[in-house]
Design a protein around this ligand. Structure first.
Ligand code: NAD
Ligand code: 6OH
Length: 472
């Protein structure tokens, strides 16, 4: 690689450097964008929808045949438990390609027959055209899952892409390039540049005049910075951003199922999922019992080496992120929280003490105005507060600048629907959490994002519609 700086890729479970990564400067980003533009004119641009679909299925098969390598790479980069990467991240990467490979063949478009005063008519119908070169910027928490969630529909619509994975997790995006080659995706259709955000590959990509659209998943503040950068060239953007998600638990819920569901919603991936619940509101009559049951769940989580098949919780992504999460643990105490469990760092007495681990943590007793109740922490932590009425629960849940996801736990389905329809979010789960159907709209309101991806919503973002009006 020519004249680039390098940066270390660190395994957060042990602190070991696992790779040195080349940081793309402006000229390498220029080359990647140029390669993507050129590929639009080549074989890729000539493929029929059916042929593109078939290639995307081949990508999914190639992911499945490299399953173990991708799992190992994702685990080393993120520190997530091998059981989670095997169950969630890598299978979803393949599923992302399969769902859009199928959808692009079956999704229809609207048509209208227009009648004019003189008795003549016109047929209006719309066709999809690719946007061109799509810039894709992704975070570190579900690296391959979130990357392929954007690459698959972008390619299904006939675009070419330049991706910039998180500097924390460069491995699987790089391996995906090999997968693409193996699956017969022409050179230049999928390009990877590595580096950071400001004044690095991320900014060079979003600023690039030959990039036609930018899709981004990450922090809300980063979304704001990217929006500013792309404003000059009026590029379409799709943003999946942060959250401070609420869970609402009613006394009539299936108690054990709710405790299990909330424990997942708080601690999965060490709390590093944008959909995680950091605010849990529980009906007062079961509050103490629920707090106690969630405490037991938190204290029984097996924290350890990501490579151990029985591990349920790994480290946070980096030392810097651990410092941020621990600073919130300290802040919670300063803000007057009542600690229920956790609040510190686990001790192992082995090399894992070099890792970025924190304890699963639960608080009660904070004011709703506390920073720990308002700000996204992105760690294995939640605050629980009691409520008395449905109205109060709705108003507590919606009192946030974010608006990504909510979950409602109740045995009364009428109440489930009633509550769900009052949530000011993009995704509401009733008696479940992170149960995904990839055809459904996915995104957030407020600080949680702009636009929706998923199913036909993705196809609509990753394509331009040309309406054709034929008078006859
Ligand atoms: P981040 O915003 O720090 O980084 C995301 C990506 O943006 C990285 O690749 C980074 O290098 C790049 N970047 C940073 N500054 C940039 C700039 N100025 N220009 C261009 N690129 C830039 O996010 P993160 O810390 O990697 O991920 C955690 C955050 O992501 C959390 O806030 C979480 O809620 C959010 N997230 C949201 C969703 C969702 O679907 N809504 C999904 C996953 C994560
Ligand atoms: C955020 O961390 C999780 C996002 C999940 C998805 O985008 C998805 O499609 O499931």
């Amino acid at each position: 690689m020519r004249g680039t700086n390098t940066f270390p890729d660190v395994n957060p479970a042990t602190g070991a450097v696992i790779a040195e990564v080349n940081e793309a400067g402006q000229s390498l980003v220029d080359d990647a964008v140029q390669a993507a533009r050129k590929a639009l004119q080549g074989e890729w641009g000539q493929l029929t929808v059916g042929q593109r679909s078939e290639r995307l299925h081949r990508v999914a098969s190639a992911i499945e045949s490299r399953f173990d390598c991708l799992v190992q790479a994702e685990v080393a980069d993120t520190g997530k438990p091998i059981s989670l990467a095997s169950k969630l991240d890598v299978p979803r990467a393949a599923a992302n390609f399969r769902v859009f490979a199928d959808l692009i063949k079956t999704a229809g478009l609207e048509s209208f027959q227009t009648e004019m005063a003189d008795g003549r008519r016109a047929l209006n119908y719309a066709v999809r055209m690719p946007l061109g070169v799509v810039g894709i910027i992704t975070p570190w928490n579900l690296p391959l899952l979130l990357l392929t969630w954007k690459v698959a529909p972008a390619l299904a619509c006939g675009n070419t892409v330049v991706v910039k994975p998180s500097e924390e997790t460069p491995a699987t995006a790089t391996m995906l390039a090999e997968v693409m080659q193996e699956a017969g995706i022409p050179n230049g259709v999928y390009n990877v540049v590595h580096g950071f955000g400001p004044n690095s590959a991320g900014e060079f990509l979003t600023r690039h005049p030959d990039v036609n659209a930018v899709t981004f998943t990450g922090e809300s503040q980063t979304g704001a910075a990217i929006m500013k950068t792309v404003a000059a060239s009026v590029k379409p953007v799709s943003f999946e951003l942060g959250g401070k998600n609420a869970a609402i638990v009613f006394a009539d819920c299936d108690f054990d199922e709710a405790v299990k569901g909330i424990a997942d919603a708080v601690f999965l991936n060490t709390g590093q999922v944008c959909l995680c619940a950091e605010r849990v509101y529980v009906e007062r009559s079961i509050f103490d019992r629920f707090v106690e049951a969630l405490k037991c769940k938190a204290e029984s989580l097996r924290i350890g080496s990501p490579l151990d098949a029985s591990t349920e919780m790994g480290p946070l992504i980096s030392a810097a992120h651990r410092e941020k999460v621990l600073s919130y643990y300290r802040l919670a105490r300063e803000e007057g929280a009542q600690p229920i469990t956790g609040g510190g760092v686990p001790e192992f007495g082995n090399e894992l003490d070099q890792g970025c681990y924190v304890q699963p943590t639960i608080y009660t007793g904070l004011k709703e105005s506390a920073r720990c109740v308002k700000e996204e922490i992105f760690g294995p932590v939640c605050h629980l507060a009691p409520f008395d009425t449905e109205e109060e629960a709705v108003s507590l849940a919606n009192d946030t600048m974010y608006g990504l996801a909510a979950s409602v736990w109740t045995g009364n389905m009428k109440r489930g629907h009633r509550m769900a329809q009052q949530m000011r979010v993009g995704i509401t789960w009733v008696n479940c959490w992170f149960l995904r159907d990839l055809r459904t709209p996915f995104g957030g309101v407020g600080l949680s994002g702009i636009g929706r991806e998923g199913g036909v919503h993705s196809l609509n973002f990753y394509s331009e519609l040309n309406n054709i009006c034929v008078r006859f």
